[in-house]
Design a binder for this molecule. Sequence first.
Ligand SMILES: [Zn+2]
Length: 159
Amino acid sequence: MSSQARSPRKRSLPTAAALKRALHGIDLGRVVRRLSPGETALYAAVVDPQLARRVWLLQIPMLPGPYAGLTLWRLVVIERWLEPEHPSALLAHELVHVRQFHEQGIVRFTFDYNKAFAAGLVTQRSWSKAYRAIPAEVEARREATRWAMQRSEAPRSVV
Ligand SMILES: [Zn+2]
């Protein structure tokens, strides 16, 4: 088939060559990866290593708005490159959400999270205040802070 015979819609799809050019230099093993055994041990204080081993980490520098991280069930999206050996309070925070999802179930966690957010929007009339007041966020911030402080007090005791 000649290229003239194709519909304009088909021609507008990216070609394999264009995709290859767009992905040039991007190591997909870094974009999407599992946590390393060292990482699951590193974050054991916030999430059980057995559960942490089931997490997919997607690292893309293009999350919307002010979000630096986002967790959906066992998918953690963070907007920066994290080397496995580099401790991150952001990742600790997101892993608390993985644990919350696991403990409460997708439906219950999502419902309670959004209900608290909606209630906060009504009472606080501020997107960021409502977000920060969600109990799951309060817990994740508290535990990630505690995790980071324990690391700074005894940096050699963890991994
Ligand atoms: Zn959070």
